[in-house]
Design a protein around this ligand. Structure first.
Ligand code: OXD
Ligand code: MN
Length: 613
C-alpha cells in the first residue's frame, strides 16, 4: 500500500508531517506479511547486523548485537511530558511538553536521511477486541519492524480495523543515526549517544516520541510506552486497568479453571511463573500473558483481561530447561536473539543456560572471541551474554499457551498477585482482607536491595508500587486512587464479590544462613493451589494482623522444605512488620503528599494498630 492509498486522513497527514520532518529516502507502509518479515531480516543481514543461527538448531532465527550504550530501557531518559508537572507526579521525569517537542523536533530534523521510513500499524490485543487499542509506529529500524511483527499484530488487518477515522496512538521512533551519501551501517548497531536518547510520552495527546535507541522497550513502542505508560492514562480516563501483570490459567485436578494476574518488579521471575510446570499432581498452569494485562469489566460485573502482546520479549540469562522448559521450547525457531553469546556450532548461549558451550571458542555479546565456557557460569564482569540479553519469540510457539489467549473478550480474573524479592518479613502468601487492603499491598510492593546492587542501600526495600514505578504514565498517587475507585465502582454496582481477590506472595525469603527457604519455580504451584481454593472461600486460612495466612496443613511442603520452615514462611514476623510499616510511613507514602488516597493512609494506621494490639 502507498501513502496515497491510505483511507484515514489524519493518519495520512501525520505520516506526511513526519516525512517532511525526518526526510527519509523512502516510505513503506507495513502489511504484516511473512514476506515482509523475511525482507526485514534480509535487509539486516545485508547491513551486517544480523547473524543467522544454525538452522538445524534454531530454524529461521537470528542473533543481533546492540551497541554497548544501547542495551536496556533508559529510565533516566524516559519522560512523562504532561501539561502540568503534578500530573506526572513524584516518580516520573517531567519536562514541559512544548519544550520537549522543540528539543526533539530538532533531533528528528533530517534524522532518517539515507534510511527507509517504515510505517507500522499495530494492534495491542487481538484485532477487533473491545479491549484492544491501535497504534502506528513510524520507525527507521528494520530490527524494530521485525520485532513488532512478533510482539504485536501488525499490518493491513489493523488498518482495516482503524477504518477512516478510528483512534490510533501516534508513535515516532528513530534510531537517531542518519546516513551520509553512500554510508552504510556496516555491522554497527545504529543509535544516538545517551544524552540524545529520549523516550517521551505526551499523555494528553496519547503521543509517543522515541529517539536515539533501537533496543527493547525504548524502541518497540507498543510494549512499555503504549501498553503501559499511555494505556495507564487511557485506563484512568476510561475506567479500566492497564497493568504490568502476567496472566495465567490455573486448572485444578477436578478440571476447574481460574485465571490469575500477577504484578512483580522486573527480575522476579514473571515469565517463569506464567509458564510454570506444577509439581503438585493433577494441577495445570497455562499461559495467557507474561508481562502486561489490560482489564475491563464485562457485562457480568467481572474483570476480564487480555494480553495486549503477541510475543515474549524475555530475559535470556537464567532461562534454562529447569527454570523454564516452556520458554526454552518457545525459542526453538522463528526467534530473534539480542546480545547473547554465539557458539562455534552456530547456536546461542548465555549464563545459566544449563550447560557449557561446545568447542573451543565463543563470541560474546560485544563480538569478541573468548574461550568457550565449560560450565554455564562466567566470572563476574566477564559474562558472555549481556545480563539484559533477550529473546523475541511468538507467543503461539509456547507449548502451554491457553487456547483462549487470543479470545477477544478476555478471560475473567479471579485473583491478583503482588510480589517482590523480600528476603525477610514478608510471608510466602498473604491474602488481603479487603479491596483497599489489597491496594495497600500493591502500593508497598518492592524488592530488597542486595549487595549486588547499590551498597549504601543494602537491606532497604526499593518500593516499586504495583511493579509500575517505571511504567505509570501519570501521578502514582492518582493511580492508587484509580485502583480504589475500581473497587468502589464494583461495590456500588453490587459486584464487590466478583472483584478479584488480592494476594501478596514472596518466593524469596532467606534463612539466617542466607539460603532460600522456598524452592520456587514449579513448587510455587502449591501456593497457587492455596490461592485457587481461597477464591472459592475454602476454610484454609487464619486471620492475622497483616491479612489471611495459610492455616497449618493447608499447604503441603515440598520434599526439601521442613514443616518447621513452612511454618515460619507462613507466620507473622511482628517486629519485621512494625519496621515495614515505619518504613512505608517515613520513606514511601510521604512522597505522594495529598495525592495519597485516605483509604491507604487508613490501611497503614489499621495494620499498625492490629500489630500493636
Ligand atoms: C521488561 C521489564 O522488560 O519489566 O519486561 O523490564
Ligand atoms: Mn516487564
Amino acid at each position: 500500500m502507498t501513502l496515497n492509498e491510505l483511507k484515514h486522513a489524519n493518519l495520512k497527514k501525520w505520516i506526511e508531517e513526519a516525512v517532511s520532518l525526518m526526510t527519509p529516502d523512502s516510505v513503506e507502509i507495513c502489511d504484516g506479511s511473512q514476506s515482509e518479515y523475511d525482507r526485514m531480516l534480509k535487509t539486516l543481514l545485508d547491513a551486517g547486523l544480523a547473524t543467522p543461527l544454525n538452522s538445524e538448531k534454531r530454524s529461521n532465527s537470528y542473533l543481533f548485537r546492540s551497541d554497548p550504550s544501547d542495551v536496556a530501557r533508559v529510565e533516566n531518559r524516559t519522560y512523562i511530558a504532561s501539561k502540568n508537572k503534578d500530573d506526572a507526579g513524584p516518580t516520573n521525569n517531567w519536562v514541559d511538553p512544548a519544550e520537549l517537542k522543540k528539543t526533539m523536533s530538532g533531533l528528528y530534523k533530517g534524522c532518517m536521511k539515507g534510511r527507509v521510513m517504515y510505517v507500522v500499524p499495530f494492534s495491542m490485543g487481538p484485532v477487533g477486541s473491545v479491549i484492544a487499542k491501535i497504534g502506528v509506529e513510524i520507525t527507521d529500524s528494520p530490527y524494530v519492524v521485525a520485532n513488532m511483527h512478533v510482539m504485536t499484530r501488525v499490518g493491513t488487518k489493523v488498518l482495516s480495523a482503524l477504518g477512516s477515522d478510528g483512534f490510533f496512538a501516534p508513535c515516532y521512533h528513530s534510531v537517531g543515526k542518519p546516513l551520509a551519501d553512500g554510508e552504510k551501517d556496516n555491522g554497527k548497531w545504529p543509535c544516538a549517544p545517551i544524552e540524545q536518547k529520549y523516550i517521551s510520552h505526551f499523555p494528553e495527546t496519547r503521543e509517543i516520541w522515541s529517539y536515539g535507541s533501537g533496543y527493547g522497550g525504548n524502541a518497540l513502542l507498543g510494549k512499555k510506552c503504549l501498553a503501559l505508560r499511555i494505556a495507564s492514562v487511557l485506563a484512568r480516563d476510561e475506567g479500566w486497568l492497564a497493568e504490568h501483570m502476567l496472566i495465567l490459567k490455573l486448572t485444578n485436578p477436578k478440571g476447574v479453571s481460574k485465571y490469575v494476574a500477577g504484578a512483580f518488579p522486573s527480575a522476579c521471575g514473571k515469565t517463569n511463573l506464567a509458564m510454570l510446570i506444577p509439581t503438585l499432581p493433577g494441577w495445570k498452569v497455562q499461559t495467557v500473558g507474561d508481562d502486561i494485562a489490560w482489564m475491563k469489566f464485562g457485562p457480568d460485573g467481572r474483570l476480564y483481561a487480555i494480553n495486549p502482546e503477541a510475543g515474549f520479549f524475555g530475559v535470556a540469562p537464567g532461562t534454562n530447561e529447569s527454570s523454564n522448559q516452556n520458554a526454552m521450547a518457545s525459542i526453538k525457531s522463528n526467534t530473534i536473539f539480542t546480545n547473547c553469546g554465539l557458539t562455534e556450532d552456530g547456536d546461542i548461549w548465555w549464563e545459566q543456560i544449563g550447560h557449557g558451550a561446545p568447542g573451543a571458542e565463543i563470541i560474546d555479546w560485544k563480538g569478541q572471541k573468548k574461550p568457550a565456557p565449560k560450565t554455564d557460569k562466567s566470572p563476574k564482569g566477564e559474562e558472555i551474554a549481556h545480563a539484559n540479553a533477550r529473546f523475541t519469540a511468538p507467543a503461539k510457539q509456547c507449548p502451554v499457551m491457553a487456547p483462549e489467549w487470543e479470545d477477544t473478550k478476555g478471560v475473567p480474573i479471579s485473583a491478583f498477585l503482588f510480589g517482590g524479592r523480600r528476603p525477610s518479613t514478608i510471608p510466602l502468601v498473604n491474602q488481603s482482607n479487603s479491596w483497599a487492603h489489597g491496594v495497600f499491598m500493591g502500593s508497598i510492593t518492592g524488592s530488597e536491595v542486595t549487595a549486588a546492587a547499590i551498597t549504601d542501600q543494602v537491606g532497604q526495600v526499593r518500593r516499586d508500587p504495583f511493579a509500575m514505578l517505571p511504567f505509570c504514565g501519570y501521578n502514582m498517587g492518582d493511580y492508587f486512587k484509580h485502583w480504589i475507585k475500581i473497587g468502589a465502582k464494583a461495590e456500588a454496582e453490587g459486584n464487590g464479590d466478583k472483584l478479584p481477590k488480592i494476594f501478596f506472595v514472596n518466593w524469596f525469603r532467606k534463612d539466617k544462613n542466607d539460603k532460600f527457604m522456598w524452592p520456587g519455580y514449579g513448587e510455587n504451584s502449591r501456593v497457587l493451589a492455596w490461592i485457587f481454593d481461597r477464591c472459592d472461600n475454602a476454610d484454609n486460612f487464619v486471620e492475622t494482623p497483616i491479612g489471611n495466612l495459610p492455616k497449618p496443613g493447608s499447604i503441603e511442603p515440598p520434599a526439601d522444605v521442613s514443616a518447621e520452615t513452612l511454618k515460619e514462611l507462613c507466620s507473622v514476623d511482628i517486629e519485621g512488620w512494625k519496621k515495614e510499616i515505619a518504613d512505608v510511613r517515613k520513606n514511601h507514602y510521604p512522597q505522594f503528599g495529598d495525592k495519597l488516597p485516605k483509604e491507604l493512609a487508613g490501611e497503614l494506621d489499621a495494620i499498625e494498630k492490629r500489630l500493636n494490639g
